[in-house]
Write a protein that binds this ligand. Structure first.
Ligand SMILES: [Zn+2]
Ligand SMILES: [Zn+2]
Length: 452
């Protein structure tokens, strides 16, 4: 059944999926929805991952096969600053290894990467090649030796899609990650999902400027296409972009609430915000100013494929196709997870009702979180010292009145009706018995989108 959620929000957005198409797909009323709407299903996916097309460890076919054989329905192989195109090339993110003799590559296509005798970022080693050959056969990886150096061929997107995509079972969506940063080395990465053309990274003095200009450039380059723009991992090298940046840029609708790669490697400053607080700071402002709310994705951003991923996104759509998935994501009909699942999420304009998909023994807890209209929007600035790979910077610390628990339900079903002084509400589910850590590192958990 359709959620009567963010049509109002969506029509105000300057995001990528055409509002007209969205409006056309939505019947006029809730009652009609029940009759006219096709049955919808939850599809599990990951829109941020890497393989040897950039600096991920496995070969692309090994990586994609991993998701397909582990219950995922859709993926976007989002390598750094590159699409898996068929043009012959020998360079990419962090590597440049043209052969001394081009003759053996005369009629070849795609990316050829030198096999390095030593491991290290972002090198390809024989062990990676062997891993793919063990799974798909000796002939599955082509190699050419030229000038004493052996190269392995990375399969382009077209071949990977032919090998793995299966209608109704497994969908591949093209895309890539724009990777770079400011002159002080603050990193700003964004994903363009459902595109095949890569434009050069736009660097600038501030993260806000990079986000703003990259978003605008995307609108020019991908004009007329249905695509998504996601602001990735705000907390990679410590506070890369800030809530203030996304407050200033309401056109950005999607960010990574839970990025597996970051959760594992980088700790937030003890006084600083973590992604869940970041989310509430931005949405308190947006809701108070009648702007479209920021939606939160889960992605694993895997480079190494051990251990198992701890973040993904589950989308509710009629069919497993890029159009339906992009429309559902733009409308906020999805949740982020690192282990738990919703059986149902509904919002009727006033009441958010959720039901947990119980896959293992409980007990479970449902938290309804939000911010009140009279919250204190001010912030205090703290200095963060320079770290090994991160510059010194100032970060804004916000009031505890932002992102508060509005209600708690012990059980597997619950509902919360917005009160006149609520700006928005979102639900988070956790295992009540688990040894919980605060916000983004809570495991296992799942997060609905915010509703107002
Ligand atoms: Zn990144
Ligand atoms: Zn990444």
């Amino acid at each position: 059944m359709w959620q009567k959620i963010s049509r109002r929000d969506f029509l105000k957005t300057s995001g990528a999926v055409a509002a007209a198409a969205f409006a056309g797909a939505r019947p006029a009323s809730w009652a009609q929805d029940a009759i006219a709407a096709p049955e919808k299903h939850w599809f599990k996916g990951n829109l941020h991952m890497h393989n040897q097309w950039s600096d991920g460890q496995p070969l692309p076919e090994w990586a994609i096969d991993w998701y397909k054989s582990h219950g995922y329905h859709f993926i976007c192989p989002s390598d750094h600053n590159i699409f898996q195109a068929e043009d012959l090339r020998f360079n990419g993110f962090g590597f440049e290894n043209p052969p001394s003799d081009m003759a053996p590559f005369k009629d070849e296509t795609s990316l050829w990467k030198a096999i390095s005798p030593t491991p290290g970022w972002p090198k390809l080693t024989q062990a990676h090649v062997d891993q793919a050959m063990a799974k798909f056969g000796k002939d599955s990886v082509r190699t050419i030796t030229a000038g004493g150096q052996t190269y392995a061929r990375m399969k382009p997107y077209s071949e990977l899609e032919k090998q793995f995509a299966e209608p109704g079972k497994f969908l591949m969506i093209p895309g890539y990650e724009q990777t770079g940063g400011c002159s002080n080395d603050q990193q700003v990465h964004v994903n363009f999902i459902n595109v095949r053309e890569v434009f050069p990274y736009i660097s600038a003095k501030t993260p806000k400027e990079i986000l703003e200009r990259t978003f605008a450039r995307g609108q020019e380059v991908y004009q007329g296409q249905d695509y998504l723009f996601t602001a990735n991992h705000p907390l990679w090298r410590y506070y890369d972009y800030s809530p203030a940046d996304l407050i200033a840029l309401p056109q950005i609708r999607l960010f990574e609430l839970n990025n597996n790669d970051i959760a594992d490697g980088f700790d937030a400053h003890p006084q600083g915000w973590k992604p869940e607080k970041f989310w509430d700071v931005v949405n308190a402002h947006r809701a108070a100013h009648d702007q479209p709310l920021l939606l939160g994705l889960g992605s694993d951003d895997r480079h190494s494929y051990t251990p198992a991923p701890k973040a993904w996104t589950v989308v509710r759509a009629a069919q497993l196709c890029a159009n339906d998935l992009l429309e559902a994501i733009s409308a906020g009909d999805f949740y982020a997870s690192n282990g738990l699942d919703f059986a149902d999420i509904r919002f009727d304009g006033k009441t958010l009702s959720v039901k947990i998909d119980v896959r293992e023994e409980g007990p479970y807890r449902i938290l309804f979180l939000g911010t009140k209209k009279d919250y204190d929007p001010s912030s205090q600035t703290v200095e963060v010292a320079k770290g090994p790979r991160c510059p010194a910077r100032k970060i804004d610390i916000y009031s505890d009145a932002i992102g508060v628990t509005l209600d708690t339900v012990e059980g597997v079903e619950g509902a919360y009706t917005l009160k006149p002084d609520d700006l928005y509400v979102r639900a988070k589910i956790v295992k009540a018995a688990a040894d919980l850590q605060p916000d983004w590192q809570s495991q296992p958990a799942a997060w609905t989108q915010p509703y107002r």
